[in-house]
Design a protein around this ligand. Structure first.
Ligand code: VGL
Ligand code: ZN
Length: 196
């Protein structure tokens, strides 16, 4: 059976870009590649999803309230806005995650759209069977989203030229990529081939 593809762009937000409060080294480097994937998916009339980390002021995700992270991606703040050069089409479906003040959520499968519909439900409704995943950060939200996608039976293409990691410990991103591939994600890059 032919798979129905969608693009998932994970957390390409100002706070994860250089200058942001939780900057991923070279986080902005994913943008040109993602813009190319966006073009390919838009031309193929295939769904495009973009998730955003979307935190309340008080959350156990932040250091001040028992978590590990500095304050980042506060709802409606500049830091939570998409990177200004990311060319999201108006048809892109936006997903929000990290709103629970008591839970740490990294995966796009814990995200929902503005109406509250969970990502998995949207994917099922649209009969999507394969996700092409890129964005930030390789070792957190990308990893967690990809592993959840695989657990839920989706095929996954990991867009190796469109991800960057935090690397709190050196090598975390490489380890994350290996873990995703081990569970069944296939590496994809713009150089390899076009979407079929
Ligand atoms: C993320 C750390 C904290 C991510 C979100 O989007 O990968 N990382 N919050
Ligand atoms: Zn966060």
């Amino acid at each position: 059976m032919k798979s129905k593809k969608a693009l998932l762009i994970v957390d390409v937000q100002n706070d994860f870009s250089p200058g942001g409060s939780l900057a991923v080294p070279e986080g902005d480097k994913v943008v040109p590649a993602l813009n190319k994937y966006i073009k390919i998916f838009a031309q193929g009339k295939l769904p495009i999803f973009a998730s955003r980390d979307w935190h309340p002021v008080r959350t156990s995700h932040f250091k001040d309230f028992g978590g590990v992270w500095p304050v980042h991606c506060l709802q409606n703040s500049r830091g939570a806005a998409f990177h200004p050069e990311l060319k999201l089409p108006t048809c892109a479906m936006l997903l929000y995650k990290g709103m629970d003040p008591q839970k740490d959520s990294y995966s796009a499968f814990q995200a929902q759209d503005l109406s509250g519909e969970p990502f998995l439900k949207i994917l099922k409704r649209l009969k999507i069977t394969e996700l092409w995943v890129g964005g930030l950060a390789t070792d957190y939200c990308v990893k967690s989203s990809v592993l959840d996608a695989l657990k839920n039976g989706f095929k996954v293409k990991l867009l190796i030229d469109a991800i960057k990691g935090v690397d709190l410990k050196p090598g975390d991103s490489d380890k994350a990529i290996k873990a995703m591939v081990k569970k069944g994600a296939k590496k994809e890059s713009l150089l390899k081939r076009k979407v079929k």
